[in-house]
Write a protein that binds this ligand. Structure first.
Ligand code: ASP
Length: 302
């Protein structure tokens, strides 16, 4: 039987009503009490590094999760991270970039309703995560409502729906059926030496282009090493901002262009409004999501 480490970090699935709204209160051991079937799937060990709403998770805590996995890498056959859904995509992207060439699974999951309440998705999502962790996947993936999503393509698209997650700009890795059968659409990646990539110090910010955006905001942005502009469509930056973008870049800030669209690529050659941005030195982020882009910056890839 495979040995899997459950890393419990809080989130709705571990919540109980506090009198002031839902707040995480259950440990990983307590979560497992709701999953008697787990004994048939794998042997679970537990670590509880912290227990917070994922709104409050910092980069240092995300790094703590990655470090915990890395330090225990040889000890277990795989890892399941129980996490709040709201910022899960940021954690899964950062784990994806920090833990490279894995030959074991790191599965992250959460739920829209606390474990043990009527119609909760927590039990299924946790059990499915352990099933995927035991089914031979390698690398970082999210398992939520029957979908297996590559770690750097996760997106939470709905605040209340019981199927709130999407795989952005990449097909699903696979699915888990209602009866717990795991089906992979693509084979797991293998090869290379597992590697821990540490976070590099870099200041960055994301700014959406909005109608009539005040150009003077760009003076303030020069304090950052990197700025991600969420441009329109395929990467359109208004002509009225061209000079301030150029000045920002010539003062040493790197400017990256992503899109406000949910899916699809930035193509700075498609329109003049994109080409102009490229000509002043802005760099396309292609099909990367915001979460993936931020994690790539944090790991020094951008
Ligand atoms: N606010 C919660 C969190 O992200 C939401 C959830 O887990 O579904 O921790």
């Amino acid at each position: 039987m495979k040995h899997i480490l459950l890393i419990a970090t809080g989130g709705t699935l571990a919540c109980r009503e506090s009198g002031r709204g839902l707040a995480p209160s259950l440990t990983g051991e307590q979560l497992l009490e709701f999953l008697p079937e787990i004994k048939k799937i794998c042997r679970v060990f537990v670590d509880n590094p912290f227990s917070v709403d994922s709104t409050d998770i910092t980069t240092a805590q995300r790094k703590q999760i990655a470090t915990l996995i890395w330090q225990n890498y040889d000890r277990y056959d795989g890892f399941v991270v129980a996490h709040g859904t709201d910022s899960l995509a940021y954690t899964s992207a950062l784990l994806y970039h920090m833990l490279r060439n894995l030959n074991k699974p790191v599965i992250i999951t959460g739920a829209q309703k606390p474990i043990g309440v009527e119609d909760s998705d927590a039990e299924r999502n946790l059990l499915d995560s352990f099933r995927v962790a035991c089914a031979g996947w390698t690398g970082v993936a999210a398992v939520l409502h029957g979908q297996i999503i590559r770690g750097n393509h996760v997106f939470k698209a709905h605040t209340e729906s019981m199927t709130p997650f999407m795989s952005i700009n990449a097909p699903l890795i696979g699915t888990v059926s209602e009866n717990g059968t795991v089906n992979f659409n693509i084979p797991p990646l293998r090869g290379g030496e597992p590697e821990f990539v540490d976070i590099v110090k870099s200041s960055f910010i994301v700014l959406p282009i909005i109608p009539d955006l005040d150009p003077s905001i760009f003076d303030f942005l020069s304090r950052y090493d990197k700025v991600i502009l969420r441009a329109y469509g395929a990467g359109g930056v208004p002509v009225r901002l061209e000079k301030v973008v150029q000045k920002l870049i010539s003062n040493g800030t790197k400017v990256y262009i992503t899109t406000q669209c949910l899916e699809g690529e930035v193509d700075l050659h498609k329109y003049e409004v994109g080409r102009r941005a490229e000509e002043v030195g802005a760099i396309s982020l292609g099909h990367r999501s915001i979460e993936d882009s931020i994690a790539a910056i944090q790991c020094g890839e951008l």
